[in-house]
Structure formats: structure tokens, C-alpha cells
Ligand binder design. Structure first.
Ligand code: TYD
Length: 351
């Protein structure tokens, strides 16, 4: 297959690109305009392969995307380009509206015209996979069953509202134009190359630097953690075998409270690189809560496991150990990011 991946230098997108390159024989076009969260190093291991190409263009730039698709002639598009950090969406929602909603519209519009120009088997086989989040379903209380593909939408942050809008656009293109699109919704991902503004990498790095570990509220909020390489395998299964109009909810059945996550990171670091000053749990600092903080996300992935013949290989313990070890082994990458400022916002939430 010839697969175009948007956002292929981001955290999940780059895991998809690496898996496509290392685990399949597909050709890859990486469409990434390189925002603050993108990094060339994430795909450096595969970038010199003749099966791989990167074009530095925005999904909002329709003429450029049109030209890239015409040249590459994809059999599938995997759409991962998005703004994804909830705290940023609270401070500045505009970029989320522009990239996640307007950008998805621009891409759908160009992709549909490209698809209409195809003929025969190429047109029948074309797929558009839109990668989304479980946050579009709102949040759960402790006694609620996990989200499934049937859960009604109820987004509560500017980020999740923008992703919900983009999911609705994708489904409208399927129903209205017969455009062969489908959607995946996933739980919180973690693993190598995760940008250090998110909970897990932020806590690993702050703990290594002996800085406070800022836990919002009481740390009781629950997230369901999926190792990013397991997610990438699920997405490639989906683009190869998924059905237009379908939804696949992807997760690993690994819910943990934030405090459990941070404590586990401290324990792993204490084991792998002891701190002469003492156990890292001393750094845990409870800070004021995120406004509108969703309490709990959790997915029942039974449908995706059955339809895609896929299952997560990592539980939270094995995935977190690999992740912590990766951050210990790849300091140059995150130390460079740590020295930089992004849009005036200091990275690493100095508590
Ligand atoms: P995050 O990684 O931002 O993902 P999301 O909000 O999309 O789930 O946050 C994961 C959880 O960790 C969330 O409940 C907020 C919490 N959190 C903290 O307690 N402290 C932090 O510094 C950050 C970034 C997040």
C-alpha cells in the first residue's frame, strides 16, 4: 500500500510511521508541518529508506496537500495531525479550532476530490482513517461502565470539543459523499518520544532533575494507559482491514489513577537510577486542579480486538518500564526541548 500519514513527526504519528517502515512493506508519505510538538528525530531511524518521504506542509494548505496527494497517489490516508494538549487548549483554543476542525475539513475536502478522480480497484480500495480520542465521550464516574463505540458524544474541554467536531465531519463525509472514511478513538497513549508537557514524560524528567512533580487536585483522576507501539499496530491493522463507516475504540484495559502513575514512575527511577537525596516520592506536590478536569476515561476495546484481530502486548507495568528506560537512554532529545520555550509557555509546568 501507499500510505500518507499526517502528523507523522508527532508522538503517535511517528510510532505509526516507524511501524509502517519497520513492520510492513508499505510506502509512506509523511505530511507534517513541524509544529512545536513535532521532531525529526522521531523518524530518523527510517528517514533514509527510499520507501519514505516527508513533505513539510500544513493540512490547512489545500493546494500543497492536493499536489502532494497527486504526486504520491496514496491508497490510504491516516490522519493524525492534531493539537492534543488539554492544558494548552484551555489557555489558547484558537490553534485547536484551526488545526483540528478547519484542518480536518481542508484535508477531507482535498482527499475526497483526489478519491473521486481515482478509478476501478484503486477507488474501491481507498481508505481514510481518522485518529481520535476517547475524550470526545466526556468523562466517567467510578461506577460507570467503560466507553464503547456506542457511547454518546459529550466533550467537555476545548481540545475534546475540537476532536469531536472533526469526528463528526469525517462521519458526515462518509454518509453524505460515500467517502470511505472511518474513525478510531483511543485512550491515553504513552511511550518513547512523548512530548514532555504530558503527564508521564513530565514526571519522569522532573523526577530526574529533582524538581517538584505537580499532581493536579488529589491525583485521583483515572486514565486508561495504552503503550504507543501497541496503538500504532492497531492503527495499521485498521487501515489494512477496517471497514468504511466503522468506529473502533482502542485501549489496553489498564486504568490507573494519576497518583498511582506518578508513584510507579518514582519507584522505577529509584530502582534504575537511585537518587542520593532519597526516594523520589518526596517530590510529589499537589497543585491546583485543571479547570473542568475530566475525572475518568476508560475504553472497552472488545470490538476493535475482535474486528482487527489485535490485542495490546504491553500492560502498564511492562510499558512504563520500557518508557522510563527510554527517557534514561535518550536524554539529549528531551534536554534540548527542556532548554527551549514554546509560544512563551515554559515547558515542564514549574510548580
Ligand atoms: P495529560 O497527559 O495532559 O493527558 P489528558 O489530560 O489528555 O488525559 O494528563 C493526564 C492526567 O494527568 C490528567 O488527569 C491531568 C493530569 N496531570 C497532572 O496531574 N499534572 C500535570 O502536570 C499534567 C500535565 C497532567
Amino acid at each position: 500500500m501507499r500510505v500518507a500519514v499526517t502528523g507523522g513527526c508527532g508522538f503517535i504519528g511517528s510510532a505509526v510511521v516507524r511501524h509502517l517502515m519497520e513492520g510492513t512493506s508499505h510506502q509512506v508519505l509523511n505530511v507534517d508541518c513541524m509544529t512545536y510538538a513535532a521532531s525529526e528525530e522521531t523518524v530518523a531511524a527510517v528517514a533514509s529508506d527510499p520507501r519514505y518521504r516527508h513533505v513539510r506542509i500544513s493540512i490547512n494548505d489545500q493546494p500543497a496537500v492536493e499536489k502532494a496527494l497527486a504526486e504520491f497517489q496514496p491508497d490510504a490516508i491516516m490522519h493524525l495531525a492534531a493539537e492534543s494538549h488539554v492544558d494548552r487548549s484551555i489557555e489558547g483554543p484558537g490553534a485547536f479550532i484551526q488545526t483540528n476542525i478547519v484542518g480536518t475539513y481542508c484535508l477531507l475536502d482535498v482527499a475526497r476530490r483526489y478519491w473521486m478522480g481515482l478509478d476501478g480497484a484503486k477507488k474501491a480500495g481507498f481508505r481514510f482513517l481518522h485518529i481520535s480520542t476517547d475524550e470526545v465521550f466526556g468523562h466517567l464516574s467510578p461506577e460507570d461502565p467503560p466507553f464503547t463505540e456506542e457511547t454518546a458524544y459529550d466533550p467537555r474541554s476545548p481540545y475534546s470539543a475540537s476532536k469531536a467536531a472533526s469526528d463528526h465531519l469525517v462521519r458526515a463525509w462518509y454518509h453524505t459523499y460515500g467517502f470511505p472514511a472511518f474513525v478510531t478513538n483511543t485512550t491515553n497513549n504513552y511511550g518513547p518520544w512523548h512530548f514532555p508537557e504530558k503527564l508521564i514524560p513530565l514526571m519522569i524528567i522532573n523526577a530526574l532533575e529533582g524538581k517538584p512533580l505537580p499532581v493536579y487536585g488529589k491525583g485521583e483522576n483515572l486514565r486508561d494507559w495504552l503503550f504507543v507501539e501497541d496503538h500504532a499496530r492497531a492503527l495499521v491493522r485498521a487501515v489494512e482491514h477496517g471497514r468504511p463507516g466503522e468506529t473502533y475504540a482502542i485501549g489496553a484495559r489498564q486504568p490507573r489513577s494519576n497518583l498511582e502513575v506518578v508513584r510507579r514512575i518514582c519507584a522505577l527511577l529509584d530502582e534504575l537510577e537511585p537518587d542520593p537525596a532519597g526516594p523520589r516520592e518526596r517530590l510529589i506536590t499537589f497543585v491546583s486542579d485543571r479547570p473542568g478536569h475530566d475525572f475518568r476515561y476508560e475504553i472497552d476495546p472488545s470490538h476493535a480486538e475482535r474486528c482487527l484481530d489485535w490485542e495490546a502486548e504491553h500492560d502498564f507495568e511492562t510499558g512504563l518500564r520500557r518508557t522510563v528506560q527510554w527517557y534514561l537512554d535518550n536524554r539529549a532529545w528531551w534536554q534540548r526541548l527542556r532548554r527551549q520555550r514554546y509560544d512563551g509557555r515554559r515547558l515542564g509546568a514549574e510548580a
